[in-house]
Design a protein around this ligand. Structure first.
Ligand code: DP6
Length: 424
C-alpha cells in the first residue's frame, strides 16, 4: 500500500523594488518584453514584503488562490503563464518529460495563499513582490530551483555563468517577468538591472544583479505615503497608451535610457550619491513627462507630489548639493533616497512641511529615526507653506536581499489541510 505522504508545502517571502531608471512600455505584451532596460533598488523585507505559501496534493480537486485571506481568481492569464513556465523549468531540471517517482507530481492541483505586510492599495508595487514570491515558492515546491538566498546572508545573485548561461535566479526572473515586468527585478537583492534583451522569445530579457544589498550600507529609503487611493490608470494600460502615442517615449527608450543605464551603474558602483540622486530624479521626471506626452495624457503626480519635489529641491539647494532624491511610480507616493546621516533632518523637514493631522506618534514607521532640531535659516529657506495632513505617514527602510525561503513550518499560510490558516 502506498504510504501517506504529508502535504507538500513551501513558504517564501519576496521584496518590493523601486526603479531608479524606469520601465515604461512593452514591445511584446504577451511575453512582457520591455522597450528599454531598467534598474532598481530592492527594498528590505523587514518593512515591505509579500509572503506566499504554495501547496500541492493529489487530494486537491482544483487550483485555488487566496490574496490577503480572500479567495481570488486563479485563472488570471499572467498567473497561469508563471505556473506553466515554472513547471517547464522543473521538467527541464528533472531531465526530460518522464515523471520522477520521487519528485512531486507536476500534475497535482495547487493551493496558493499570499499576504502583504503593507496595504495593497497604498500603491507600493505589490504586484512585483507578489509575482516574485509566487515564482520563488512554486520553483522550490517543484524542485525547479535550489535555495533562494540563505536567510540573513547577503545575496550575490543573477551573475551569469562563465559560459554566459543565466544564473538560476536569472532563469527564474524570466518566469517572474511573465507575471509583471517589474517583478523580475524583485528576484534579486540590492541593485538590479532588467536587461531588455534582443530575442523575440524573451529568453535574454532577464534580471541581473549590479551590486548586492551590502554594497552601499549608508543608503536609506523613505516612502512618503501621500494617498491610500488606488491609482487612476494602471501601469499595464497606461504604458500601452504611451507606446501607441508618445514620441518622447520612443526617443527615451532608444537614446536616453541606454546612456543613463551606463551612468547609473557607474554611480552605484562608485557609491556616488550626488550622481545617483540627480539621475534618479531626472529619470523619474522624464517618466512623468512621457505620461504627459501620452495622448490622452496620464497624470500620476498630484499637488502633494509636486510639493514634495519642490521641497527636495529647496532642501538640496540650501545644502549646496544633492542630499535627497525623489522618485515616483504610477501613483502620487514619493520614494526618497538619502544617506543615513541625513534621515533625521529630512524627516523633521517633512514633518514641519506636512504636519500630521492625526496619528502624530505613528507618522514615522519602519527603521528608527533620531530626532533633529532644525536651524532657523534652514526652516526659513526650506519650510515655506505647511500643508497639514498632506502626508499620511513615512516608512523608513533600506536596500535588502532577494526572495527568502521560510524554514519555520509555523509560518505557512496554508494549514496541513491545504486551507488558509487565518480566517479572512
Ligand atoms: C512605473 O511592472 O507594474 O513602476 O509589466 O504591465 O505588469 P506590467 O507593469 P509594471 O510596471 C511598472 C512601471 C513603473 C516603473 C518601474 O517599476 O520600472
Amino acid at each position: 500500500m502506498a504510504e501517506e505522504r504529508p502535504l507538500a508545502r513551501v513558504t517564501c517571502t519576496a521584496p518590493v523594488n523601486i526603479a531608479v531608471i524606469k520601465y515604461w512600455g512593452k514591445r511584446d505584451n504577451d511575453l512582457i518584453l520591455p522597450i528599454n532596460s531598467s534598474l532598481s533598488v530592492t527594498l528590505h523585507q523587514d518593512q515591505l514584503k509579500t509572503t506566499t505559501t504554495a501547496a500541492a496534493s493529489r487530494d486537491f480537486a482544483e487550483d485555488r488562490l487566496w490574496l490577503n485571506g480572500e479567495e481570488a481568481d486563479v485563472g488570471h492569464p499572467r498567473l497561469q503563464a508563471c505556473l506553466r513556465e515554472v513547471r517547464r523549468l522543473a521538467r527541464k531540471r528533472r531531465g526530460g518529460s518522464a515523471e520522477d517517482a520521487a519528485a512531486l507530481s507536476l500534475s497535482y492541483k495547487i493551493h496558493i495563499a499570499t499576504e502583504n505586510n503593507f496595504p495593497t492599495a497604498a500603491g507600493l508595487a505589490s504586484s512585483a513582490a507578489g509575482y516574485a514570491c509566487l515564482v520563488s515558492a512554486l520553483a522550490r515546491l517543484y524542485g525547479a530551483a535550489g535555495e533562494p538566498s540563505e536567510q540573513g546572508q547577503p545575496s550575490e545573485q543573477g551573475q551569469p555563468s562563465e559560459q554566459g548561461q543565466p544564473s538560476e535566479q536569472g532563469q527564474l526572473s524570466e518566469v517572474a517577468r511573465r507575471g509583471s515586468g517589474s517583478a523580475c527585478r524583485s528576484m534579486m537583492g540590492g541593485f538590479v538591472q532588467w536587461q531588455r534583451g534582443e530575442r523575440p522569445d524573451g529568453r535574454d530579457s532577464i534580471a541581473r544583479q549590479v551590486a548586492p544589498e551590502t554594497h552601499w550600507p549608508e543608503l536609506r529609503v523613505l516612502i512618503l505615503v501621500v494617498s491610500g487611493e488606488k491609482k487612476q490608470v494602471g501601469s499595464t494600460a497606461g504604458m500601452q497608451t504611451s507606446v501607441d502615442t508618445s514620441p518622447l517615449l520612443k526617443h527615451r527608450a532608444e537614446v536616453v535610457v541606454p546612456e543613463r543605464l551606463a551612468l547609473m551603474t557607474r554611480h552605484i558602483r562608485e557609491r556616488d550619491f550626488e550622481g545617483f540622486g540627480k539621475l534618479t530624479m531626472q529619470d523619474s521626471n522624464q517618466f512623468h513627462a512621457t505620461c504627459l506626452d501620452t495622448f490622452p495624457p496620464i497624470f500620476y503626480l498630484n499637488d502633494i507630489s509636486r510639493q514634495i519635489i519642490a521641497l527636495a529641491h529647496r532642501f538640496n539647494a540650501h545644502h549646496g548639493h544633492t542630499k535627497v532624491a525623489y522618485t515616483f511610480d504610477a501613483g502620487p507616493n514619493a520614494v526618497i533616497f538619502t544617506l543615513a546621516d541625513s534621515v533625521a533632518e529630512f524627516v523633521e523637514v517633512v514633518r514641519r512641511s506636512f504636519p500630521p493631522a492625526i496619528n502624530g506618534d505613528r507618522f514615522v514607521r519602519g527603521l528608527p529615526v533620531g530626532s533633529a532640531s532644525l536651524p532657523g535659516e534652514l526652516l526659513a529657506a526650506v519650510v515655506t507653506e505647511p500643508v497639514p495632513g498632506g502626508i499620511q505617514y513615512i516608512l523608513h527602510t533600506k536596500p535588502g536581499p532577494g526572495p527568502q525561503l521560510v524554514d519555520d513550518p509555523s509560518q505557512h499560510l496554508l494549514g496541513a489541510d491545504g486551507l488558509p490558516r487565518r480566517s479572512p
